[in-house]
Design a protein around this ligand. Sequence first.
Ligand SMILES: C[S@@+](CC[C@H](N)C(=O)[O-])C[C@H]1O[C@@H](n2cnc3c(N)ncnc32)[C@H](O)[C@@H]1O
Length: 264
Amino acid sequence: MMMSPCNAQHYEFLATTYDQHWTHSGTFVDWMTRKIMESLALRPHHRIIDVGCGTGLYSRRIVDLVRPENCILCVDPSAAMLGRLGSTAGVRPVLASAEQLGGELPDFAPLNISPGSFDAVLVKEAIHHVAPSDRAPTVGGLGNLLAQGGRLLIVMLPTRIRYPLFTAALEMFEELQPDPEEIIGHVRRAGLLARIEYHEFALTIPKDRYLAMVRGRYMSLLSAFDEGEIEAGIREIDAIHPEQLLSFPDRFAFILGTRLAPTR
Ligand SMILES: C[S@@+](CC[C@H](N)C(=O)[O-])C[C@H]1O[C@@H](n2cnc3c(N)ncnc32)[C@H](O)[C@@H]1O
């Protein structure tokens, strides 16, 4: 299944500013990249796929830090997000969804994407875009891409977040966000040895900057609110937080699946 028109529009709008939103704290992206590298135990000889890679914010750091011998396959269904990769060395853009990649693979033969051919598959903050009914086959298909000993890492937010968002946005998040426990179930059923860890980063962002991020709809769920609702939400945040610096924990579930037996 391709991306919903709503998501496609959202990421087209977000593509040019996405990296700025996340580089507000130079240390956050480095912290996250290192956690990903540790979880996947990345080594230069590993063949790596970044599914839902967006602008390649993390793949580009992995290229700098790990120096993989093979290009990282950066897969995303948004041409606008993928376009931000430009001609970055060490990455190869692939316009596709997680569902397509985890499916029957008819279109991927020229890219050498075949069962058992990867050591690391990363899905960071993209699994929520896969429809609930497609999650099990998609996770199963992504698991099948792994060689023996290969790892699938799904990084996602938990069902409750402590972001200084307005109430309606927080409620919508809780309604829509999949439960990491559901996702680890799919990883187990895919035949992988699965575990879940939570990692937390203490963020501090100047309030003006955070409000600009909300106005820029830095999270996809914010695209469900029209301009008037966003402005009302910003006033609500401003009123609840008189402080000029917003401090809050950003907590992530790291779901790791390891393929112990070869793919059949
Ligand atoms: C929140 S961004 C995360 C991007 C990147 N992984 C990161 O952490 O910076 C979500 C990304 O998922 C992509 N996406 C949306 N639907 C998808 C799908 N069905 N399969 C894979 N990726 C999808 C979007 O285009 C977007 O680039």
